[in-house]
Design a protein. Sequence first.
Length: 127
Amino acid sequence: MFSHVVLGANDIAESKAFYDATLGALGGPEGRIDERGRIVYEYGGGRFLVTLPIDGEPATHANGGTIGFVAPSPEAADAWHAAGIANGGTAIQNPPGIRNATEGRVVYLAYLRDPAGNKLCAFHRIS
């Protein structure tokens, strides 16, 4: 459904360290800096970009917004969570673990805020 996701950041180097570690824990490649100074991640047919806001104002997070990343296993979600905390992220909500989702689905979720305050989730569907 989505072609790409772009998040704002206030410190590109800090954000690159955070996302290289967390997305690397999920099997993604290191991000590259493009000609506009944005961090670009291309993996699994999608694009994820992190950039300084175009309007020159500070980056802020979306209230109620969450970006979810597919984790291939609960262990990968745990590694993603640990990498995020070790690289400037903040643990939020419940600790990583199994949750009962809608329609009888069982999922494994881990939540973090990135250094700019964006809410992120590692998601693994168990059933």
